[in-house]
Design a protein around this ligand. Structure first.
Ligand code: NAD
Length: 323
C-alpha cells in the first residue's frame, strides 16, 4: 500500500499537559479479545504504531486476563523506545475474577500492572467500567486511593471509564475539581452513535481530557463484522452489516470512514482503536492522514448515516442498578 505521510497530529488531554496522538493504540486485541494474536504480530504492530507517530497505548488487566498488559509490556521492552516518548494508560477494578474497586484492591492492582508492563509508572490509571461498581464507592474510596498512588509517583493521572454517559457527570459533580483528569468513553462517538458529543462542553468546562474508544463500534463498523460476544441488538448488527455492504459496493472502506468520523471532532484528544496487525495500524493512521489532507468523505458518510438512521444512538445496557 502506498502511504501518504504527514506528521501525526498530537492533541492536548484536558489540563494534564499530555499531548496524545489523535490515533491511539487500543491494546485489548493483544489480549486475544478479538481472536488470537501472535507475540510477533503484537510486537510488529506496536513497532509500526511508533514508526507512524502513535504515542498513546491503552490496556487493562481485564483484557485477556492480563495477557494484553503482558504483551504490551513485552513489545515496549523489545522496542526500547525512551519512556518519555510514549503515554501508557491501564486500568483497575475490573478483572477476570470480577469487579473490585476497593482501595486495597486498586492499590495492589497498580503494582501487578507495573510488573506485567515492565514499567516504573503509568501515565494514566483508570477505574475500569465503573457502572459495575457503586459510584459512591468510586467517589469516596477508589479515587482517593488513586490520589495516593499519584503522590507515590506510580501513576501520573487519574481516569474513569464506562459505557453509560451519566456515570461521568455523577462522579465529576462529586469529586473536588482537578481530581479526575480524564474520562474514557466507548461506543459513543461513531457514525452509529454520537451521543458523547452532548457531554463535550461539560467536560471541557471542567478541564477533563476526553478519550473516545471503539470508533469501529467494537467491530460493528468493519467488513468482518463484530465478534460473537458483541452486545448490540440483532437490529443494530444487521444495519451495520448493510452499511458495510453499501460501502463495499461504492468501493469505500467503512472502517476508514468510521475512523475519520471520530477523528473529526478535535475536542476528543485521542480516538482509541483496537489493533492487532501492522496492516490495521497502517490503515488507521492512513485514515487520519487522508482526513488531514482531504477532509471527510461527506457523501459516503451521508449514505451510511441514512442506512443507520433507524438505529441511530441505539446502545445496550451496561452495569448494575445504583442504589
Ligand atoms: P474498536 O471499535 O476499536 O474495534 C476493534 C476491532 O476492529 C478489532 O477486531 C480490530 O482488529 C478491528 N480493526 C481495527 N482496525 C481496523 C481496520 N482498519 N479495518 C478493519 N478492522 C479493524 O473496538 P475496541 O478494540 O473495543 O476499542 C478500542 C480500544 O479502546 C480497546 O482496545 C481498549 O483499549 C479501549 N476500550 C476501553 C473500554 C473501557 O475502558 N471500558 C471499552 C472499550 C474499548
Amino acid at each position: 500500500m502506498a502511504l501518504l505521510r504527514t506528521k501525526m497530529e498530537l492533541r492536548p488531554l484536558g489540563n494534564t499537559g499530555l499531548r496524545l496522538s489523535c490515533v491511539g493504540f487500543g491494546a485489548s486485541p493483544l489480549g486475544n479479545v478479538f481472536g488470537p494474536v501472535s507475540e510477533n504480530d503484537a510486537v510488529s504492530s506496536v513497532r509500526e504504531a511508533f514508526r507512524l507517530g502513535i504515542n498513546f497505548f491503552d490496556t487493562s488487566p481485564f483484557y485477556g486476563g492480563t495477557l494484553s498488559e503482558k504483551m504490551l509490556g513485552k513489545a515496549l521492552k523489545a522496542l526500547g523506545v525512551p519512556r518519555n516518548d510514549y503515554i501508557v494508560s491501564t486500568k483497575c477494578g475490573r478483572y477476570n475474577e470480577g469487579f473490585d474497586f476497593s482501595a486495597e484492591r486498586v492499590t495492589r492492582s497498580i503494582d501487578e500492572s507495573l510488573a506485567r508492563l515492565q514499567l516504573d509508572y503509568v501515565d494514566i490509571l483508570q477505574c475500569h467500567d465503573i457502572e459495575f461498581g457503586s459510584l459512591d464507592q468510586i467517589v469516596n474510596e477508589t479515587i482517593p486511593a488513586l490520589q495516593k498512588l499519584k503522590e507515590s509517583g506510580k501513576i501520573r493521572f487519574i481516569g474513569i471509564t464506562g459505557l453509560p454517559l451519566e456515570i461521568f457527570t455523577y462522579v465529576l459533580d462529586r469529586v473536588p475539581p482537578g481530581t479526575v483528569d480524564v474520562i474514557l468513553s466507548y461506543c459513543h462517538y461513531s457514525i452509529n452513535d454520537s451521543t458523547l458529543e452532548d457531554l463535550l462542553p461539560y467536560l471541557k468546562s471542567k478541564g477533563v481530557g476526553v478519550i473516545s474508544a471503539s470508533p469501529l463500534a467494537m467491530g460493528l463498523l468493519t467488513d468482518n463484522g463484530p465478534p460473537e460476544w458483541h452486545p448490540a441488538s440483532p437490529e443494530l448488527k444487521s444495519a451495520c452489516q448493510a452499511a458495510a455492504a453499501y460501502c463495499k459496493e461504492k468501493g469505500k472502506n467503512i472502517s476508514k470512514l468510521a475512523m475519520q468520523y471520530s477523528l473529526s471532532n478535535k475536542d476528543i484528544s485521542s480516538v482509541l482503536v483496537g489493533m492487532n496487525s501492522v496492516r490495521q495500524v497502517e490503515e488507521n493512521v492512513a485514515a487520519a492522514t487522508e482526513l488531514a489532507l482531504f477532509g471527510k468523505d461527506q457523501e459516503a458518510v451521508a449514505g451510511i448515516e441514512a442506512i443507520l438512521q433507524p438505529v441511530k444512538n441505539q446502545t445496550w445496557p451496561s452495569g448494575i442498578k445504583q442504589s
